[in-house]
Write a protein that binds this ligand. Structure first.
Ligand code: HXC
Length: 273
């Protein structure tokens, strides 16, 4: 049991000497999480398919005084992922955190979605998360500590018309999270999810609210009345990744401005509106 003394942690240095890998770290939420981890003293390796956005994340972090590197790899390539993660652990001598943020998404009615379209998203979101997690866990379990964070969406449990591939994949990630959290809890490795609501990123915007009308419709479903900023999501992610959440595992933190709860049927989401 931890001592019952109230100590306010210094979150500005909570990742000092720690190493994290962030998939999909070249843009949006992944980039913001990488920046937040580095801002608290950690070294971050961003991983993704395209070199240029990864380099830009590294530039932003190093210009701000942080430490970062990058590896080009497709999360769908199990062997490539294992090699990339092994290389990070070998070079840095440790691996403290993994953020499975890489995602693929587009709107398609279930009956119009080709098997290949289904497979593309399942491969990125569900299989890619497992490949990275499996590779990182080898190092974390050997060290007796580690924190894995999977970026999901609340439609993992309430479903969402037009994204059957992504909803099924994210639902699978939740089940994976809860299963591995229990398998690894006594061995010092935590596994959690964060479920961001609509966030101001180019990737999600292009995939899910590509027109002004679609954007207004999405916004109209958020009780908080605004989109999240990537930095806000990164703040919650850093909490789950770090020592302040040491006793939290197998959990999903929803950061969505009330979006998924705000299904008002008889009134608008403000009761007086
Ligand atoms: C219908 C489509 C499609 C579309 C692709 N496909 N886009 N079908 N509508 N808009 C089909 C193709 O026709 C093809 O099937 C199959 O999917 C594979 O397409 P490729 O382009 O060859 O795949 P690939 O190059 O591997 O790209 C994967 C991708 C792509 C998922 C389709 O969009 C991608 O890589 N996106 C990464 C970035 C991204 O989407 N980020 C947004 C995540 S946001 P056929 O049968 O023709 O061969 C997010 C937030 C969720 O997840 C939560 C919000 C609250």
């Amino acid at each position: 049991m931890k001592e019952n003394i109230m100590i306010v942690p210094d979150i500005s240095t909570e990742f000092r000497d720690k190493v994290a890998v962030v998939t999909g770290g070249g843009s949006g939420i992944g980039r913001a999480i990488a920046q937040r981890y580095a801002a608290a003293g950690g070294k971050v390796v961003v991983l993704g398919r395209r070199e240029e956005p990864l380099q830009e994340t590294v530039r932003l972090i190093t210009e701000a005084g942080g430490q970062a590197g990058h590896v080009s790899c497709d999360v769908r390539d199990a062997q490539g992922m294992a090699e990339a993660i092994d290389a990070v652990a070998a070079e840095e001598g440790r691996l403290d955190a993994l953020v499975n943020n890489a995602a693929g998404n587009f709107i398609a009615a279930g009956e119009d979605l080709s098997p290949n379209g289904w497979k593309a998203v399942i491969d990125i979101v569900l299989n890619g998360t497992f490949y990275a997690t499996h590779a990182a866990a080898q190092h974390m379990l050997a060290a007796g500590s580690g924190s894995i964070l999977n970026v999901i969406a609340t439609y993992a449990w309430h479903g969402h018309p037009g994204t059957v591939h992504s909803a099924a994949a994210k639902g699978g990630v939740v089940a994976m999270t809860r299963t591995l959290a229990v398998e690894w809890a006594a061995r010092g490795v935590r596994v959690n999810c964060i479920a961001p609501g609509p966030t101001e990123t180019e990737g999600a915007g292009a995939a899910l609210w590509g027109t002004e009308a679609a954007r207004a419709r999405v916004l109209g479903g958020v009780p908080a009345g605004r989109f999240a900023s990537p930095a806000e999501i990164a703040e919650s992610a850093s909490y789950l990744l770090g020592p302040r959440a040491d006793y939290i595992t197998g959990e999903v933190m929803v950061v969505d401005g009330g979006q998924w709860l705000g299904k008002s049927v008889y009134t608008a989401s403000g009761a007086n509106a």
